[in-house]
Ligand binder design. Structure first.
Ligand code: SPD
Length: 344
């Protein structure tokens, strides 16, 4: 009798645990990339809690997922080139499109790309550019038109670079006239040598909240993602965002479900919620990054939609280059990146 009661209690406790897990989505996103109000609304509307944590680079997110064998999180936001790599390595779970009715709001121009044909594994979240931030109170913008200018002596110990291996190497490669996605060992080596010469001008690597350093006046020039640039300008109007003459970096970050996610149902519900035009609009308005959601863009105030920092012109886009997966060459990049950051 006592044994039966114990067994019943155990079953009850297990059911409670299963229920609690199903009522929670573990969302691992880039830092400073989602207003808290969005998750509060999601929980209020669905009863599903969100355990939210953040990362500052694709590499950090990828390393953690590898370590956890694609478990531990229900939703992640890799950039294009990491979606490609992660889906090929079996780290992502195919999406169930029938559970994403709001997918229809996405602009077809951002869909069905080579990194994920047919969007089987990913849904675009936000996209943007990487350019140069410059405090015009300190530097003359007429003298800075490209990445190559960052090597000049007046920037000594003054620059901020993103803590982003591929983006930093893209600068070195583009300045040398190569593709930012080179897989040629000689070119990658030359980019490393070139970047070594830039290091005396670099004060800090930061991808978490670079605008804080710009706004507080600690940093007057450097690399920046356009949403951060826009928000810097709101608080420090002396800053300009420049599209380098060599071409800016282009990127897109995408919602995806890890292969070992414990709550794929909750993850699908959260993805669909984030695709709702009013929510996608709120995200774009707060982060000042471009939304791939056509309906949300239609709803944006013209002041944002027509702002070239947030939505670059076609000419800028044509000169820019999206980061793509470089396959095995990533080992070489990683090797030189470690040397660079160690000052070797
Ligand atoms: N604050 C998060 C901004 C994310 C920008 N996209 C990342 C691109 C990585 N190359």
């Amino acid at each position: 009798m006592r044994r039966t009661a114990m067994a019943a209690l155990l079953v009850l406790a297990t059911l409670r645990l299963v229920h609690a897990a199903a009522a929670e989505v573990r969302f691992y996103n880039w830092s400073d990339y989602l207003p808290a109000a969005v998750l509060e609304r999601f929980t209020a509307e669905t009863g599903i809690r969100v355990r939210y944590s953040t990362y500052d680079s694709n590499e950090a997110m990828y390393a953690k997922l590898k370590l956890l064998r694609a478990q531990g999180y229900d939703l992640v936001v890799p950039s294009t080139y990491f979606i490609d790599r992660m889906r090929q390595e079996g780290l992502l779970r195919p999406l169930e499109r029938s559970r994403l009715p709001n997918f229809r709001h996405l602009d077809p121009r951002h869909l069905d790309k080579p990194f994920d044909p047919g969007n089987r594994y990913s849904v675009p979240y936000l996209w943007g550019t990487t350019g140069i931030a410059l405090n015009t109170a300190r530097y003359d913008p007429a003298r800075v038109s490209g990445w190559a200018d960052l090597w000049r002596p007046e920037f000594r110990r003054g620059l901020l670079l993103a803590n982003d291996m591929r983006e930093v190497f893209q600068i070195g490669l583009r300045v040398l006239g190569y593709s930012g996605n080179s897989t040629n060992p000689g070119q990658i080596r030359q980019a490393y040598e070139k970047l070594r010469m830039l290091m005396p001008n670099v004060r800090v690597f930061n991808s978490d909240a670079p605008q804080v350093l710009y706004v507080t006046g600690e940093i007057d020039a450097g690399m920046i993602w356009n949403g951060n640039a826009y928000r810097t300008q709101l608080e420090a109007p002396g800053f300009v965002y420049l599209y380098p003459r060599e071409g800016c970096g282009l990127w897109m970050d995408n919602l995806a479900i890890p292969a070992g996610a414990g709550n794929p149902d909750g993850a699908h519900r959260l993805i669909d919620f984030l695709l709702r035009p009013d929510i996608a609009r709120l995200i774009a308005e707060t982060t000042r990054y471009a939304s791939p959601n056509a309906e949300a863009v239609r709803q944006l105030p013209a002041e944002l939609r027509d702002n070239p920092v947030m939505y670059p012109t076609d000419e800028i886009l044509e000169k820019g280059e999206y980061t793509t997966d470089v396959g095995e060459a990533v080992t070489l990049y990683t090797h030189y990146w470690e040397w660079l950051k160690a000052g070797e």
